[in-house]
Write a new protein. Sequence first.
Length: 177
Amino acid sequence: MFGEWLSKLNERERVVVFGGGTFLIVFFLFSVVYKVSNIRSNLTDEVMETREQFSQLDRLLKDYNYYKSIKSGEEEEISNLYKKLDIILIRHELKDKVANIKDSTNAIQKEYNKLTIEVTLNSVPLPSVMKMIYDIEVGKQMNGRVEHFSFKRPLAGKELFDVTIRLSSYSRIKKDA
């Protein structure tokens, strides 16, 4: 049927019909490829945003669970934190390597008290420090968390490091009634 109709056309009309058909097919294929690439790039953007949102959500959940695990109502004194920290340092044989300890107290949103202890250790093996951090973070042997951890190797040939750790503990501020 199509062949009979095509044979009735002269040479110019056949070229126009084939050219128009070819143009429509190429235009259709281009539209499909463009649409697929557009959908793919939108999907890639969405996946990247979702990954970022997941990490933000994960961080928020960790913070929420941490604040939820805080002993409510009691105000912890800095001396109690020092006692617990001393016990942990002695257990991991780091007490004699302490170079400096500083502490500070801040109020957060007029409800919480943030006690921060910054410990500087000199020439310590990194596995001992990691075990200490594990005891604080996972073992909950101290009502606090590690907010900052940095280390540097002062001597290139040895496996000893200078370490700075910032521990923070949060407690509710007592309201006088």
